[in-house]
Design a protein around this ligand. Structure first.
Ligand code: 8YV
Length: 320
């Protein structure tokens, strides 16, 4: 029997590509760059399955133009905001994601962003690297200690829970806001807030871990930033769309915020020049899940979903 034809949109880890090539008739995007809507439509027309990253956008117009052959979008990401799930359902296309396997790696990056922001990591690195470090004093490059402070988690899902566990290691008190309160074994003493406003009021560090649904777009904005304690720190390893970046720049400039640690931006790749011009930010290029172990696990998980689908089973990570 012919192998299903699979489009892999971006360069994956060698072991993942090898397994894919063993089990599928694989088409690779040789340039390893984001495919435009037109390129995606053309490339998907003659395949049974596509394994994309969050960088490929399957909006309703793309899904509507895909044609009858494509049956499954097996994402190499936990986030699915780049896929119009309702349009996929309407077109009879199955959609899967890769939960769990990236929680540790992404939580590590959240902690790196928190510490980089609190302890002025980017500023310090730039100073030493540039050769301009010609002065030291006890009053020099003084940051804020996070130990013992309050760590506010917006979206206590899988990544949020691991980030909270890591923050507990710094003696931080965990607060969270979620649609549903967690059971005690998962809550582990964290304090649940039934409103965003209540969480913001106590978050010395606010770490974002919620999905970028249309309702969550710009949830951190001038109004909500003003509710944080003075000199708070904002961490975002989820999606750039959650933050109104102009408002964030304003709060960082005014001193309302002490700093921000960001791995995701509204415009990617690229980021935001107004944020990059500030000294009180610690910035990374969307590398939350970028470890060897995690990228292997994500690739294998996406292939597991494809294998289940083509074996006539319901893939375990089906989201549409
Ligand atoms: C990746 C991510 O950057 O899983 C997600 O939602 O944003 C990241 O893990 C990515 O999609 C890797 O393919």
């Amino acid at each position: 029997m012919a192998k299903p034809k699979l489009l892999i949109t971006r360069k994956l880890r060698p072991a993942v590509e090898a397994r894919a090539a063993r089990d599928y008739d694989v088409i690779l995007n040789p340039e390893d760059r984001v495919l435009s809507a037109a390129e995606l439509i053309a490339a998907c027309r003659d395949v049974d399955a596509v394994l994309p990253c969050h960088s490929e956008r399957f909006g309703a117009e793309v899904i509507g133009a895909l044609g009858p052959r494509l049956r499954i979008i097996a994402n190499h990401s936990v986030g699915t905001d780049h896929v119009d799930l309702a349009a996929a359902r309407a077109a009879g296309i199955v959609v899967t994601n890769t939960p769990d396997v990236l929680s540790d790696a992404t939580a590590e990056i959240a902690i790196l962003c928190m510490l980089g922001a609190a302890r002025r990591g980017a500023e310090g690195d730039a100073l030493v690297r540039s050769g301009a470090w010609d002065f030291w004093s006890p009053a020099f490059m003084v940051g804020r200690q996070v130990t013992g402070r309050r760590f506010g988690v917006l979206g206590m899902g899988r990544v949020g829970q691991v980030a909270a566990d890591r923050a507990r290691g710094f003696g931080m008190q965990i607060h969270y806001h979620n649609r549903r309160r967690l059971p005690p074994d998962l809550e582990k003493g964290a304090i649940h807030h039934d409103s965003l406003e209540s969480l913001l009021a106590v978050s010395d560090v606010l770490s974002l871990h919620c999905p970028a649904t249309p309702q969550n777009a710009g949830i951190i904005n001038a109004r909500t930033l003003a509710m944080l304690p003075d000199r708070a720190i904002v961490v975002n390893t989820a999606r750039g769309a959650l933050i109104d970046e102009d408002a964030l720049v304003g709060a960082l400039r005014s001193g309302k915020l002490f700093a921000a640690g960001l791995d995701v931006f509204q415009t990617e790749p690229g980021g935001n020049p107004a944020l990059a011009a500030l000294s009180n930010v610690f910035l990374l290029p969307h590398i939350g899940s970028a470890t060897e172990e995690t990228r292997d696990a994500m690739g294998f998980r996406a292939l597991d979903n494809l294998d289940a689908f083509f074996a006539g089973l319901d893939p375990s990570d089906r989201v549409a």
